[in-house]
Structures are given as structure tokens and as C-alpha cells.
Design a protein around this ligand. Sequence first.
Ligand SMILES: NC(=O)c1ccc[n+]([C@@H]2O[C@H](COP(=O)([O-])OP(=O)(O)OC[C@H]3O[C@@H](n4cnc5c(N)ncnc54)[C@H](O)[C@@H]3O)[C@@H](O)[C@H]2O)c1
Length: 426
Amino acid sequence: MADRYLSFTGTAPGRFLTRRLGLPQPAVLRRWSEGSPGFEGGVLHLTAGKSQLSGPAFSSPSGTPAAVLLDATGVGDVEGLAEVHAALHPVLRSVAESGRVVVLGAPLDPVDHHQAAAQQALEGFTRSLGKEIGRGRTVNLVRLTDASAAESTLRFLLSPKSAYVSGQVIEVGAAQEADVDWSLPLAGRTALVTGGARGIGAAVAETLARDGARVVVLDVPGAQADAEQLAARLGGSALALDITAADAGARIAEALPEGLDVLVHNAGITRDRRLVNMPAERWSSVLEVNLASVLRTTDALLETGTLRRGGRIVATASIAGLAGNAGQTNYGASKAGVVGLVRSLAPRARAEHGVTVNAVAPGFIETKMTAAIPLFIREAGRRMNSLGQGGLPADVAETTAWLAHPASGAVNGQVVRVCGQSLLGA
Ligand SMILES: NC(=O)c1ccc[n+]([C@@H]2O[C@H](COP(=O)([O-])OP(=O)(O)OC[C@H]3O[C@@H](n4cnc5c(N)ncnc54)[C@H](O)[C@@H]3O)[C@@H](O)[C@H]2O)c1
């Protein structure tokens, strides 16, 4: 179901009327497209405090800033925070529509509580600025020590690909070796997308194929026609499989004798009811698809070595799993479980298998799943975020592609919300 309000406010009479009535005026977001992959305008590079970063310095081309990159890694006390204000206050007005503000912070120092206080302050600052900046502009914080480890992350956050990612705090660890072709980063790699026949999964399959991957579209036998059609268009293949089957991992391994590089756990279902009205079957079916099968197939594909070194696992959580949602105790539990899986497995998967494990947590995304929500709740879900609109499947797909990128090896154990900074939850 299209967002008619957004289309209406995008017209001159719509803008006039909604302004007169004091209604929200969401900006039309600038997203990636083949003909227009980057922003016009440069990245303005500012510093607050003395930078603590190793690695090469960022370049700062001149021109109207499409983005501002503020290096606040050296902010170690409250006086240092004043420099954040001093740096950004004069330039914010000039940041372009759909522009970006990215703040670079340092990890919190466990033995210097003044530094930790100042660095944690950057989080509240980032989230607050995200809520007030408006005009389709986003604000995110990246905590890092080594600038060279963050290139894929900064390229993503400073591009139209991150249109619906705002108010996020992303930690980037130590640099990992990778040979990277920035124009076709997944060339020669195989990616499997569960629930790939439609919705977000189909967009993920398209985006990973755009980036050069050979894509395997997995979906239930009932969705096979769609899966095959999509796979044929993308030059990949389809796999008819119910992911809850006890031997799903073994069957995927069998279908991919040469191995797998990117595993996207996207298949998911909702069976909403308040707990007092929820039969056990509604509980177990959601927990089976959204969590148990994710755990089982992950274990099987790591144990069999199907997931090769340098591999990437991207699981799908939800803001309902972070904030909770009435009528979704089953769904919220399953998606919070995905977050637990990611946090626990990420360090071990990298140490033992050379594989990173991260999650995307979508907010309100325009798909068949959200089209089924009753009108008023749907409308509230769309507007209750800093960008005043729902996201598109492509927004989740671009975030997944960044996490799947060969240069994103330093991004591990992260849960990144793709929610336009929803008012729900952290
Ligand atoms: N749409 C949103 O706003 C939103 C928000 C938060 C999280 N999510 C999550 O994103 C993911 C995709 O959501 P969507 O909106 O595209 O959903 P969708 O219902 O449009 O598509 C889900 C796909 O998963 C497949 N699937 C379901 N059960 C399966 C099984 N047992 N084995 C294999 N495939 C199975 C379906 O056939 C379908 O093709 C889900 O995990 C969902 O929970 C969506």
C-alpha cells in the first residue's frame, strides 16, 4: 500500500495545505539509484578536540556540504563537548536536504570516567540532533579507533544508501585484511537469502546481485514461482525449502557444495495476538521461523564449513524485539532472541571461522507484512519516526549489503536499526 500522504506533501498544493494545517511534512528521501549513485556536494570534515584516530586522514572536498563528518574521538571531558557545539552550530543550516551528519567517537575508556562521560554524551547528542534536524537529513555516531577499518561504514553512512538509517551508534573494531573492489564488492561470492521471494528479502537479493554476488533465493515451496522468477532475473538460483525443516542446514550445504559467503536470515512471520488470547501454536510457529531455524541453520553452516572464511551472517531482528510491541510477545521474543544470538556468537564466529555476525533491525518498512496492519496503526507506524515516513525494502537491503561487504570485517556483533529513528525503543 503506497504512502499517499507522502506523495501528497511532495506536491506544491500538498505542501501548502499541510503547512497551513500544521501537519507533518516528511521530506522525499534521496536514495541510491544507478543513474545517481552519490550525493552532489562534498563532505565537510570538522574536528572537536585532538583526534585520537590512527590511519589515513579523511579528505574534505569543498562545496555545499552534502555531509558533515565530525571527528570527536579526542573529546575527553565536558569542555571538549563545547567544541562539538562550536563545530556544528555554524554549519548545520547549510547541510543539504537528505544530507548526512556523522559523528566519530572513541570507545568508552573503562579507567577514565571523564572520557567515558564525554563520549557517552555524544550518543545522547547524536540521537537528539537526529530528532530535530529535519529535511530528510540523518545523524549517526560511529565509535572507532582506526579510520582505515571504517571505510565501508563511512562510505555507506555518507551516501544515499543509508537514507533510512538515523540515530544509530555503530562500533567499528580493528581493521581486518580484505581485497576490495569498491564497484563490485561481492563479485565471485555466493549469497543465500532466506525468505527471498518477496518483500525485504527480494530487495536484499537484488542489491547483493547488483554488488556482484551470485544469489540463491530460498523460500517455501509455495513461493517457488516468485523465487524462480527473481533468481532467473538476477542470474542466480532458487531453493524451495521450508527453513523450519530439521535438516534445512544440511540441505543448504548440499545445494552449495562450493560454499557460501553471505548468509542473510530474512525469512520471518508474525502471528499477532495478546498473550492472554494466544494459542501455543501461534507462539511456537513464530519462534520456530524467526529464531529456532536461524540458530539451527547458522550452527549447521558454520559446523560444515559451508560458510567460508571471510563470510558474513546478517540476521533480521526488528524494533519490536528492542522496544516491545503490544500483541507481539511471540514476535518480540523471537526478534530479541536474534539480537542475543548476534551478540554472543559474533566474537567466536570471527575467531573460529573468520565470519562476522550482525543484525539489521527494521522499523516500519512498506511491505505486504505492514500493508496488512489496520489503517490507523499503520499510519501511526509510518509517521512516528524522525523522518516521518516508512522505509522501503531497499533501505534494509542497502544496510545488509554494507554489512555483507568484504571491507566490513571490522563491523561485528552490531544491531543496526533501519527505522528512520523510530520513536519506539532505544
Ligand atoms: N516489513 C516490516 O516492516 C518489518 C519490520 C521489522 C522486521 N521485519 C522482518 O523482515 C523480514 C522480512 O519481512 P517482510 O516484510 O519482507 O515479510 P514478507 O512476509 O513480505 O516476506 C517474508 C518471506 O519469508 C518467507 N518465509 C516465511 N516463512 C518461511 C519459512 N518457514 N521458510 C522459508 N521462507 C519463509 C515468506 O514466504 C516470504 O517470502 C522478516 O524477518 C520480518 O520479521 C519486517
